[in-house]
Design a binder for this molecule. Structure first.
Ligand SMILES: Nc1ncnc2c1ncn2[C@@H]1O[C@H](COP(=O)(O)OP(=O)(O)OP(=O)(O)O)[C@@H](O)[C@H]1O
Ligand SMILES: [Mg+2]
Length: 273
């Protein structure tokens, strides 16, 4: 038992600051003389939607390439769920729940929508070739489960009727929906969406916003690159602004977007759609 005459303990318990699901530290990428990304520190909270915004060429897609492992950084580290993943392959990151979509969709034209979806399940499928020979029943079961899951996801974005259509038969908007659904095949905890609303019709945009909200309501985390600022403001809980590769501001959407430097950098530039 402690007595009141004892000196007070001098241990100052420094509460560990809650760490986000993703940290980027001194992360940079140069292409020849051009520094596309030069991030000192970014922390993505472990819930909700973080919007990554900035003018054309600001480095948003390159940042996604670095986070998802499609491009190796020139310097720095990516920490995901407490593990330094800087040198992990994209597949290994996906198996651990870090998945991205592409600004220019990567839906294979010569494969059916279902086949495109099954490709999305590959990182999380621990089947080996020998399994399909030695344990055909197990393989068939896994394939069936993945097909069921794919149909369910396609149904949720209302393109299940296109399951047997070839990728090339899809409109740009439908490709975005397949790309999004495919990313969900391996149950991501952190989903990076690169302009999911660009090139889709207004009703589909609204639906996509609903899907994004539903995903985070169920505990997932999204980093969203998007030029449609009014929608970004509606959907984002946290905003990071990039300008010429550097972080100009990060924080609450209302605070960040009223920052004069942000307005200058972002609204002073021509946007693309
Ligand atoms: N593979 C590459 N080789 C050379 N330069 C590149 C490469 N990839 C990107 N860049 C350059 O890096 C900069 C950042 O490009 P990035 O595509 O990341 O921007 P962004 O913010 O995604 O732009 P947008 O809003 O137009 O999609 C640009 O100047 C771009 O030209
Ligand atoms: Mg881009």
């Amino acid at each position: 038992m402690s007595s009141s005459s004892e000196p007070a303990t001098t241990v100052t318990a420094v509460a560990e600051r809650p760490r986000g699901i993703l940290q980027l530290d001194t992360l940079s990428k140069s292409f020849g003389g051009l520094t596309a990304v030069d991030i000192e520190h970014v922390e993505v909270p472990d819930s909700g939607v973080t919007a990554l915004i900035g003018p054309n060429g600001a480095g948003k897609t390159t940042a996604f390439d670095l986070i998802s492992g499609f491009v190796a950084p020139s310097t720095g580290n990516v920490t995901f769920a407490g593990q330094v993943v800087t040198h992990w392959s994209p597949e290994r990151r996906a198996r651990h729940g870090l998945v991205r979509t592409f600004q220019l969709t990567r839906v294979f034209d010569r494969l059916t929508v279902m086949e495109n979806m099954l490709i999305g399940a590959m990182p999380s499928t621990h089947m080996r070739l020998t399994d399909s020979i030695l344990r055909p029943a197990m393989t068939r079961r896994a394939v069936r489960q993945n097909r069921d899951k794919a149909m369910e996801l396609l149904r949720s974005v209302r393109i299940d009727h296109m399951a047997d259509a070839l990728g090339r038969e899809l409109s740009g908007g439908q490709k975005k929906l397949v790309e999004y659904s495919r990313a969900l095949m391996c149950d991501p905890t952190l989903l990076l969406l690169d302009e999911p609303l660009a090139g889709v019709t207004p009703p589909v945009r609204e639906e996509m916003v609903e899907h994004i909200r539903a995903f985070v309501d169920e505990g997932g985390v999204i980093v969203l690159v998007e030029h449609d600022l009014p929608r970004v403001m509606r959907v984002a809980d946290h905003v990071v602004v990039l300008d010429r590769g550097r972080v100009l501001a990060q924080g609450r959407p209302d605070v960040v977007t009223s920052d004069e430097r942000v307005l200058q950098a972002y609204l002073g530039s021509a946007h693309h759609e």
